[in-house]
Design a protein around this ligand. Structure first.
Ligand code: ZN
Ligand code: ZN
Length: 87
């Protein structure tokens, strides 16, 4: 790994950023759980382990290859984070 010559303030800025991104990850997880529960409560749920259904529309499985890592399905086009990612 390459060593970068960072000031302490720059190192702290990176550490703060990383912590914020991890917080965002936890938030996305929480939002996905809420979204999943909401759909199940209304009779919409997938029990398949092999598909990654969208939680923002009825898209049954994430289709990689869309712009900016979004779902390629024309009726969906939601980002991967809107889809029900496996644990
Ligand atoms: Zn989709
Ligand atoms: Zn969608």
């Amino acid at each position: 790994m390459q060593e970068y010559d960072l000031t302490d303030a720059q190192k702290k800025a990176f550490a703060d950023n990383e912590a914020d991104f991890r917080r965002l990850d936890a938030q996305v997880r929480g939002t996905q759980e809420t979204a999943r529960a909401r759909l199940i409560a209304h009779g919409w749920g997938s029990d398949s382990e092999e598909t990654i259904p969208c939680l923002s529309c009825p898209c049954p499985d994430f289709q990689p290859g869309g712009a900016l890592h979004k779902c390629k399905r024309g009726s969906c086009r939601h980002p991967l984070s809107d889809h029900d990612l496996p644990e």
